[in-house]
Design a protein around this ligand. Structure first.
Ligand code: XIL
Length: 337
């Protein structure tokens, strides 16, 4: 029995990021994804460069295999992501260069209208804005990240994205998604406060945001305290918003050799962290949990995290191993659900 069934019995939706780099290439992987996940999120195929590679040319070509797989296996799909400061094709950067705010706003609106026009009815959950809060250590004096849309449109870009999304698809759940809100890094409290200020303002202005997506890339070299995280989730839920974990994985400390002999201990540490964050979120009313991938060799952290061993050993960040066997992380999720 897979995690999707175990979670469903408790009213919880479990899913995973999927990528056409892996999907349809290995029957054992496809079977594992079908068995474990009730919802898929395209890891890259829902980003701007995939959906509007040329101006005005909207296409689901890259995402379609994931939508088709989900249809075949009775899975939902969530969208990731409409407004972000990266993963945009060169033509967008060129168009934004020196553009007046109104022209930039028209670009963003056209993208959201075009994409949701294609996915309406098929994707009912969208990350409308991703990573819009500035990291306090990088930008001490303002809450919002100084990304491309902020620079071109101003702080109103976030409201605009949500209002446009609502107009384009009255039924999708509109989510704001971010990282740095879960672990006890030194500026966690300030990053949480920034997100709460943004959300409170959006609620006051009547902006149609419905949920906060917490990425939950959990670094093991930062502690995790359930109490302040739970208090943060309570504040968000108190505004009438749902919370979800959208990109859970566990990041092992950099600079340590990843020796095979250490795998059992590493797996236990990874599982304990996953259990702590998931059980805290569930206790605060979170009803959807996605891991950012399903099996270790597919994790983006193999490319991104510096903990990789020179001989190509993979990270231990996800619920299944390279043979799609269940790791302690998998059992931690099953227990938490
Ligand atoms: C990552 C993908 O996993 C990579 O394959 C890609 O090269 C870069 O983006 N936060 C997010 C995701 O919101 O979109 C990122 O995904 C991981 C961090």
């Amino acid at each position: 029995e897979g995690l999707r069934a175990i979670a469903a019995r408790r009213g919880i939706t479990y899913g995973a990021a999927a990528s056409t780099r892996w999907l349809g290439r290995d029957p054992a992987y496809d079977a594992a994804l079908a068995r474990e996940a009730a919802i898929l999120v395209p890891e890259g195929e829902g980003k701007w460069d995939s959906l509007q590679p040329r101006q005005g040319q909207f296409t689901l070509r890259e995402m379609e295999p994931i939508l088709a797989f989900a249809d075949r296996h009775g899975q939902a799909v969530r969208g990731h992501t409409l407004g972000w400061h990266t993963a945009m094709p060169r033509w967008v950067w060129a168009a934004l260069d020196g553009a007046p705010a109104a022209r930039a706003a028209a670009l963003l609106e056209a993208h959201i209208l075009g994409v949701l026009g294609m996915t309406r009815g098929r994707i009912r959950d969208w990350d409308v804005v991703n990573e819009a809060i500035a990291d306090p250590d990088l930008l001490p004096d303002q809450d919002l990240r100084d990304g491309a849309w902020w620079r071109a449109i101003g702080p109103g870009w976030i409201d605009l994205a949500f209002q446009t999304a609502r107009a384009a698809d009255p039924e999708a759940r509109l989510v704001i998604n971010d990282y740095g809100l879960e672990a006890d890094w030194p500026r966690a409290a300030e990053k949480r406060a920034r997100m709460l200020r943004l959300l409170r303002g959006m609620r006051e202005r009547g902006v149609p945001v419905q949920a906060l997506g917490i990425q939950a890339h959990m670094p093991l070299d930062q502690p995790f305290s359930p109490a302040p995280f739970a208090a943060f989730l309570r504040e968000v839920r108190g505004m009438g918003l749902e919370v979800l974990l959208t990109e859970l994985d566990v990041i092992e400390p950099a600079g340590q050799p990843l020796r095979d002999a250490d795998i059992p201990a590493r797996d236990e540490a990874v599982a304990a962290r996953a259990h702590a964050v998931v059980s805290t979120a569930l206790a605060e009313g979170c009803r959807m949990v996605l891991t950012w991938g399903l099996a270790d060799p597919h994790s983006w952290l193999n490319a991104w995290a510096p903990a990789r061993r020179a001989d190509g050993a993979v990270v231990r960040a996800l619920p299944l191993d390279a043979q799609y066997r269940r790791k302690p992380f998998w059992h931690a999720l099953a227990r938490a659900f």
